[in-house]
Design a binder for this molecule. Sequence first.
Ligand code: UGA
Length: 447
Amino acid sequence: MKHLIVVTLLCTPGAFSALNVTVIGTGYVGLVTSAYLAERHNVTAYDIDTAKIRSLQCGKSPLYEPGLDELLTGNRVRLDFTSDCHRAVKNADIIMLAVGTPSLPDGGTDLRALESAALSVAQNLDHNAIIIIKSTVPVGTTRMLEKLFEESCSHRVYVVSNPEFLREGCSVYDVHNPDRIVIGTRSMEIKPIIEELYRDIIDRNIPCVHTTPESAEMIKYAANAFLAMKISFANELARICDATGASMRDVRCGIGLDHRINPHFLMPGPGFGGSCFPKDVRGLIAIARLHNVPLNLIPAIMTTNDTQQRYICEQLRNALNGSCAGKTIAICGIAFKANTDDTRESPAVAIMENLAQEGALIRVYDPVARLTKTSAHGTQCESWQEAASDADALMILTEWPEFANISLAEARALLRNPIIIDARGTISSALAKREGFTYRGLGSMDE
Ligand code: UGA
């Protein structure tokens, strides 16, 4: 049934029920959000990728995301998939834009997919509606879309910035348990409708930040840049710990107990990767550049991150007496973090590229992620044992729980040299040493 939003809903407060929600884009944000919203609302998930939609219609998720299949199946009755835009927006009260906003070569944000999705919606819309921007977009994009709808659509369209904070690998948990909901709109009258969308969360007193679209857009960049800054800070601290013998594990615990700091996102590692942090830090720098705001700290987050993979290669080189050329390196983990098959901007891929350039032979094992064309610098193996067999060193680059259970005695027997570079602090340095390994962690985890 078609909801005449604003007219019907706002005249009868308390009368809200299931909304008709259309989600444009079935990437991990769009799909997880669709599956979650279908617990209470009637959801249509739209994508221009017909193969993806066909697969979803057959009950097959195109993504590796723990818990997503169950959520999709459980809510299938209120969840429709289509690649017909007219059908997708026909009865929608709320249309969410959750399309990709990748980096441009200059670090700015490529909004072509978002603009094209908005135009398709505008052309097909035959009633008033609320447009929610879920994609991460530069400050000013909501205003830009308001203008686009004013110019290309004869119906009343409210554009809202409502960024997501889902982490890949645990997005099904996050979508049900966010720390906050951010709603950026200039139209006070639609706030109750957005709140209705998230009624189950709001009823649990999870805070809702009401703000302008500009602040909402900025909150998303600020959150990601701050978290990325913590990681770069931890990685630099770990390097100082390596040089001085201090223990990063203890330093993290000692500073993390200060509530103003907290221990999260202070785990040293091979650098942050994925489709969000690198893109969004670069995006924030581009926003500042556009507005002639000089920056020092934020660009340094990226510089530190970019040098972290070289630092880890240097550790390997040292353990191999100065060169990786001609050596076979077993790499455990190519996903940018555990619980995902995503290798986009994965530090492991950058490390593999460095090693391949130096003439190393690489064998890769990841429980889920596969080598792609852009990460194809090695041979894919089906177990860590296969990768380690006759290799000169073993590197752990993703914190998959499986790697914490690597049998060191078995690894010792398989490897040509007993060398482990553990960029995630996954295995016990004390045990590794007892087994006769040369163990290099980060931040003197090898104490
Ligand atoms: C990140 C944010 O955490 C989400 O809140 C946000 O919604 C999302 O980006 C997004 O913008 O869509 P995600 O990229 O899935 O989520 O992954 P994170 O769990 O944040 O990890 C990012 C990177 O930081 C990974 O490479 C991870 O290994 C690394 N990391 C994380 C560390 O090196 N150390 C840490 O202590 C934590």
